[in-house]
Design a protein around this ligand. Structure first.
Ligand code: EPZ
Length: 416
């Protein structure tokens, strides 16, 4: 099992180029199932989750070729409608083939995604929406079995603004008969990027990026040629890395508008933020002020940045209250941060962080994707050396992280 070793205490400075967004690439790759033919998706990040998704598409009968972040996907002849447990258990986003398969083939057999470190993460709203559209949906031996001769447009209210639920149902609705309205839909930029991709395939979608999305079903779609938007969580992660070291980093190839909530909070901490078309520059301050955050659906502060921001607050001047409202168990990084000397107390879904002058290098263990990013950020500022084990979590969501961090001065290497 590989680990990452970081020698902390170095100010980071220089440019970091952002890769394509993992959480946009995954649904967009699934959208290729909606239209037979040759699809081309570019700016796809080279991540474990993307490799898994490519395998899943091949398992369904698609031809998948990729090089230098460009995917060529041939979905002319789909051979199966099944997403097997062996693949789904390693990546929950596999559930995103459900809507496209029912829409394209009239049937799907998708393993229920198992539990997840950060929460139960049910998919009841995905299934309820498909039933609203006339699909028969049963759970059989751990699999979702869905059937529909042709889905019918429906008005669907989502109890929570589920991101992949909105994406699954939006994809299903593109080929349904009639109009579908998704109410209380997720507004995340990844939803908007998927909608733009679907529209380029001939789908008729309005309202993406708002809480009400309208889709007029069409009889067929054409193959896509689409480039994935930049990753806003990767952007925030490298901003936090620059911030905690008091450095001066410029993030390039990003979309500043997608990080408004984070930039507001970083300014409140006392960091100087400049931005322009495709770039953000953060200039460090001696010691960040402690700032409270509460995670919310977009455009609120992103839950996927909660762990990384908490690492920053561990060395802030004062007391910070971090409230996680999206997932019920997204504090696993706290035990590991405390091993580095952080002073954090958990009270329900809030973590109270008393900033310390210093935190200290230690052997720590990654538990999930963003928790592992949090430990990397803390290790960059810690006094001494840290070894972060189970870095396969990191590889799921960060393309060439060591290389990008070394490029701005980090003393980081992978071992084992
Ligand atoms: C997406 O997960 C992202 N993953 C997550 O990123 C992100 O944390 C999350 O959205 C929230 O922004 C991808 O896009 C691949 P949800 P998703 O459905 O869609 C409840 C990362 O680190 N819910 O918006 O699974 C659910 O339990 C990952 O990159 C239901 O109750 O999240 C949760 O409490 C982690 N029933 C809340 O909604 C449902 O049917 C939000 O979940 C669906 C969701």
């Amino acid at each position: 099992m590989q680990s990452i070793v970081i020698e902390g205490g170095k100010r980071l400075s220089g440019d970091v180029k952002i890769s394509g967004a993992k959480n946009s690439a995954l649904p967009i790759l699934c959208a290729s199932l909606l239209a037979p033919g040759e699809h081309v998706v570019s700016n796809v990040p080279e991540l474990q989750d993307v490799i898994t998704m490519g395998r899943l598409l091949e398992n369904l009968g698609a031809g998948v070729q990729s090089s230098d972040g460009v995917f060529h996907i041939d979905t002319e002849n789909l051979a199966k409608d099944e997403a097997p447990y062996e693949l789904v258990k390693t990546m929950r986003a596999s559930v995103l083939v459900l809507g496209p398969l029912v829409a394209r083939l009239g049937s799907a057999r998708v393993s229920l995604p198992g539990g997840c470190a950060i929460g139960a993460r049910p998919i009841n709203l995905h299934l309820a929406g498909l039933r609203d559209m006339g699909a028969e949906v049963e759970i059989e031996h751990g699999y979702v079995v869905a059937k529909a001769k042709r889905l019918k447009g429906a008005r669907i209210y989502l109890d929570t603004p589920t991101v992949t639920g909105t994406e699954n149902l939006m994809m299903a609705a593109t080929l349904a008969e009639g109009r579908t309205v998704l109410e209380n839909a997720a507004c995340e930029p990844e939803v908007t990027d998927l909608a733009a991709c679907l529209s380029s395939m001939g789908a008729k979608i309005t309202g993406a990026g708002t809480d009400t999305v309208r889709i007029e079903g069409v009889s067929e779609l054409r193959p896509m040629k689409y480039s994935v938007m930049p990753d806003r969580i990767e952007t925030g992660t490298y901003l936090a890395a620059g911030a905690i070291t008091g450095g001066d980093v410029r993030i390039t190839g990003c979309e500043p508008a997608h990080s408004a909530a984070l930039l507001t909070k970083l300014r409140e901490c006392g960091f100087e933020i400049e931005k322009g078309p495709g770039w953000i520059r953060l200039k460090g301050c001696d010691r960040p002020r402690a700032v409270d955050i509460k995670t919310l659906p977009y455009p609120g502060f992103p839950t996927d940045m909660q762990a990384q921001f908490m690492a920053l607050m561990c060395v802030a001047d004062g007391l910070s209250v971090i409230t996680e409202t999206v997932f019920e168990n997204r504090f696993m990084h706290i035990a590991e941060l405390k091993r580095m000397g952080a002073d954090i107390k958990v009270q329900g879904n809030a973590a109270v962080v008393q900033g310390a002058e210093n935190i200290f290098g230690a052997p720590v263990m990654a538990t999930d994707l963003r928790a592992s990013a949090s430990l990397v950020i803390a290790a960059l500022a810690a006094k001494g050396s840290s070894e972060i084990s189970r870095v396969y979590h990191l590889d799921r969501g960060y393309e060439r992280m060591e290389e990008k961090l070394r490029g701005i001065g980090a003393r980081i290497k992978r071992v084992g």
